[in-house]
Design a protein around this ligand. Structure first.
Ligand code: PLP
Length: 437
């Protein structure tokens, strides 16, 4: 046991000494050590167990260490561990076939990337080449990835200092609980958010706009489920003005909402779909763009000016094939929908009835947010220091949380059981009881 505790200490030392972390001041104390996992649980070297209600970065949809996916990666590694993107490879074709089988019917091609950011980067490039236009509209409440155009399309604080990519314009999407439009009902919110977008399009000049890029359900920004009619209204505006609709399904896709794609729940067909995360639960880095037949045909004769050494990497492709097959044969997407409706929704609703600090519970499937407020009347967000304390208290009790701004996102793997939800709810309950509101 000493030896294993020593490994935790060694991991922390090496990390503090040599590892430069994403989105953080480097002087912060080292984070949790995660050494192994299974399903919804992870462990450090000393054997301390945590319920993973973050799915890491909301990507481990199939749960940790699914044996069929691990076996597929191992088998592919023994056959061929890497291949040039220009070569034909069976694993790549099999992966693409499974992805397009779940996409709308007139979408038959996939461009593979290393993750979500470069998926959006290339989707934006395709939309600009397809339309011959420049401007990309996206929302303030969004995250699209940390590369040139994707980070400028992002709406949150990470975009603010960055003015290097041209042609990006932001607007407000609908958010009934924190409406920018003084709405009192979801219907009003839809109508007014669409009117706002219509005015932005007219003011920018419709003939200059290449694409509207939206997260189907904005994730990091707060699991903001779009009100009825909004996405169909955006599609209509795109059709009227010849604008490409790109739906970012990087976080919302592949089971998270209890559907293969989040947009399956709405009356909308995107032109380009970007994905990553859940497509293979991040066992090997991968993402991509699903391309409509119309846009793909642009590049039948003309060269597509874009590519990546690891586009369609065989280990990633084998893991995609095994992940999708396992999700299908084990009914994992249906399970996500059912566990969401039957276990998570009732548990979170009960918490909200008990704790005034919960201003709103929203979500579906295994994709939920608790919007925490200092005052339920004004809906003033709970301050950052208190959020930090809550996060620490959850970890202390063995729950790995995902927090963002004033929210706890309840985002376990799709395979989470009702028992695990009950355990997590008990931990949330204990910790929220310590918040004075
Ligand atoms: N798009 C969305 C909606 C995301 O949530 C993320 C990552 O959190 C990205 C894009 C970027 O993906 P990646 O970090 O794989 O580049």
């Amino acid at each position: 046991e000493n030896l294993t505790a020593d490994l935790d200490a060694l991991a922390r030392d090496l990390d503090a000494e040599h590892v430069f972390h994403s989105w953080s001041a480097q002087g912060q104390p080292p984070q949790l050590v995660i050494a192994s996992g299974r399903g919804t649980r992870v462990w450090d070297h000393a054997g301390n167990e945590y319920l993973d209600f973050s799915s890491q970065l909301v990507n481990v949809n199939i749960g940790h260490q699914h044996p069929a996916v691990i076996a597929a990666i191992r088998e592919q590694a023994e056959l061929l561990a890497t291949v040039a993107p220009s070569a034909v490879n069976l694993a790549r074709g099999e992966a693409a076939k499974r992805i397009v089988a779940r996409a709308p019917s007139a979408h038959n091609k996939v461009f593979f990337t290393n993750g979500g950011a470069d998926a959006n980067e290339n989707a934006i490039r395709m939309a600009r080449l397809h339309t011959g236009r420049d401007t990309v509209l996206s929302t303030y409440r969004s995250y699209h990835g940390n590369t040139g155009a994707a980070i400028v399309a992002t709406g949150d604080w990470r975009r603010i200092p960055n003015r290097f990519a041209r042609g990006h314009v932001h607007f407000f999407g609908p958010f009934p609980y924190r409406s920018e439009f003084w709405s009192e009902t979801p219907e009003q919110e839809t109508e007014r958010a669409l009117q706002h977008l219509r005015r932005v399009i007219e003011s920018e000049g419709p003939a200059s706009i290449a694409a509207i890029l939206l997260e189907t359900v904005p994730g990091t920004a707060g699991v903001i489920v779009p009100p009825p009619g909004y996405l169909a209204g955006v599609r209509e505006l795109c059709d009227r003005h010849g604008i490409v609709l790109i739906l970012d399904e990087v976080m919302a896709g592949f089971g998270r909402t209890g559907r293969w794609f989040a947009f399956d729940g709405y009356d909308v067909t995107p032109d380009l779909i970007t994905f990553a995360k859940g497509v293979n639960s991040g066992y090997v880095p991968a993402g991509g763009v699903i391309i409509s037949d119309e846009i793909a045909a642009d590049f039948d004769e003309r060269v597509f000016p874009g590519g990546l050494t690891y586009s369609g990497h065989p280990l990633a492709m084998a893991s995609i094939v095994a992940t999708i097959d396992a999700m299908e044969s084990e009914g994992i997407v249906d399970h996500a929908r059912e566990v969401g409706a039957e276990a998570i929704a009732p548990a979170l609703t009960e918490l909200a009835e008990k704790h005034r600090v919960i201003g709103e519970v929203r979500g579906e499937g295994v994709f939920w947010a608790l919007d925490l407020v200092a005052d339920p009347e004004t809906r003033e967000p709970l301050p950052a220091a208190e959020m930090g304390r809550i996060k620490g208290a959850l970890v202390e009790r063995g729950l790995l949380p995902f927090t963002a701004d004033n929210r706890i996102h309840v985002v376990p793997p799709c395979v989470v059981t009702a028992d695990e939800v009950a355990q997590a709810a008990e931990i949330y309950d204990e910790v929220l009881a310590t918040v004075a509101v």
